[in-house]
Design a protein around this ligand. Structure first.
Ligand code: ATP
Ligand code: MG
Length: 423
């Protein structure tokens, strides 16, 4: 059998790793500016965590989890998302006993059994942040601002749309659920099977159904946004005020639902206009009941998950490549065996001095070596032949300026450093 990677997975090759390293570095930098600390949790958890932490009525739990039993009959699930594990760890390690709020970021692989297509994989990656312990709408705005700052640095500000909504606090939701159920009751039979279940467990999620016939029924449904109680409305108004003061543009989209019982108040999505139907690059919101639901104290949370593959697709579709082209500092071209040996010594010294460098190992002609240096996008090329060894000096070609100088072998490190820092 031909060995292939599993459906819905991707390999990240060295040429792609450049992009990944760049955006991961940038995300970490922005998180540091906003004072978020990193958390790393295992690639798998007990299945129960996601059943309770993501919710029984969600697509993730109903259809998408990679779940298996261990040899000792424990049910394990590969992480389908980042929030529940971070909350579990926050509670288990009693991080809530430290100074609050707790501000966390993570970079994690996620696994979901979905139908693979552009922007939808079975193994993908997310950036995420979570803040625990603050009810303030200013922190919801900060969470959004962090995402927008990150996108801004990638040149995406005008290419993405921020949509916000409020799904209300628990009280508003109870009230709204019965209004929505009244509205839907006459068409209950016509809803899809999943939505019929949602009708009992969590009717608001029906608004999020992707099936057209359900959309027809919910088209004129009453909206949560029009049934917010005083507390929820004030929170939403203040969020908007905070975003305005930060000059962050948004549209209010009353159909955004993050439908679990413990999702509350703020819900938002950041959507790309350029990558077709899988267009949500970042989704987040407030979940004031989740920490308590998972056995922790009654404190609130807010955060987002950002799909890294979808972000890369967005950048690609816009021809944006903010990362530096990968390249070498120095390539050494050699003529003859002695020169090759000398080059090996020089490479070693350069590498110890943090100068990235390489040489030919396939006995190419000198012409082919120059070609290779170009292909490897080398900043400098050093040429060594028999004469150079006798005279203890080499030719250093500056590939950017097309100039060349003769330098003593013992001066190579200093010269390369000097020339790379000069314009
Ligand atoms: P969608 O509506 O596209 O299924 P979702 O609501 O399931 O998204 P979240 O659980 O909020 O997504 O995950 C946050 C982000 O992770 C998404 O906005 C998206 O960018 C990314 N994401 C989700 N599922 C996948 C997947 N199967 N492949 C690649 N990226 C994904
Ligand atoms: Mg999904």
């Amino acid at each position: 059998m031909e060995l292939r990677r599993p459906r819905g997975t991707q390999d990240i090759l060295p040429k792609d790793a450049l992009k990944w390293n760049y955006i991961e570095g940038l995300f970490k930098k922005v998180c540091k500016n906003f004072s978020y600390g990193e958390m790393r949790t295992p690639a798998f958890e007990y299945t129960e965590l996601f059943k309770r932490g993501v919710g029984d009525t969600t697509d993730i739990v109903q259809k998408e989890m990679f779940t298996f039993d261990t040899k000792s009959n424990e049910s394990i699930t590969l992480k389908p998302e980042g929030t529940a594990p971070v909350v579990r760890s926050f509670i288990e390690n009693k991080v809530y006993a430290d100074v609050q709020p707790t501000k966390i970021f993570y970079i994690t692989p996620c696994f979901r059994y979905e139908r693979p297509q552009a922007g939808r994989l079975r193994a993908f990656h997310q950036f995420g942040i979570e803040v625990f312990g603050s009810d303030s709408p200013a922190i919801d705005a900060e969470v959004i601002a962090l995402a927008m700052d990150f996108f801004d640095r990638l040149g995406l500000t005008d290419k993405l749309e921020l949509r916000i909504n409020s799904v209300g606090n628990i009280n508003s939701r109870k009230n709204y659920n019965s209004i929505l159920k009244d509205f839907l009751s006459k068409d209950l039979e016509k809803l899809c099977k999943t939505c019929q279940e949602r009708y009992e467990k969590n009717p608001m999620r029906i608004l999020d159904c992707k099936i057209e016939s359900c959309n027809q029924i919910t088209k004129n449904a009453p909206l949560m946004l029009n049934h917010l109680d005083e507390e929820s409305r004030t929170h939403f108004e203040s969020l908007k005020e905070n975003l305005d003061s930060l000059n962050i543009k948004y549209t209010v989209d009353p159909l955004i639902v993050r439908g679990l019982d413990y999702y509350t108040k703020t819900a938002f999505e950041i959507v790309s206009k350029d990558i077709g139907s899988q267009s949500t690059v970042c989704g987040g919101g407030r979940y004031d009941g989740l920490i308590n639901e998972l056995g922790g104290p009654d404190i609130s949370g807010v955060g987002f998950g950002l799909g890294i593959e979808r972000l890369l697709l967005t950048l690609e579709s816009l021809n944006l490549s903010p990362w530096q082209k990968d390249g070498l500092d120095v390539f050494i071209a050699t003529l003859g065996e002695k020169a090759s040996l000398e080059a090996t010594k020089i490479l070693h010294i350069l590498r110890k001095n943090d100068i990235s460098c390489d040489k030919d190992y396939l006995e190419r002609s000198i012409k082919a070596q120059f070609k290779l240096a170009n292909k490897r996008n080398s900043r400098f090329t050093i040429v060594i032949g028999e004469n150079e060894i006798i005279e203890n000096k080499v030719i250093l070609k500056d590939m950017k300026n097309s100039t060349q100088t003769e330098i003593g072998i013992q001066n190579i490190v200093d010269e390369v450093i000097r020339l790379s820092s000069a314009k």
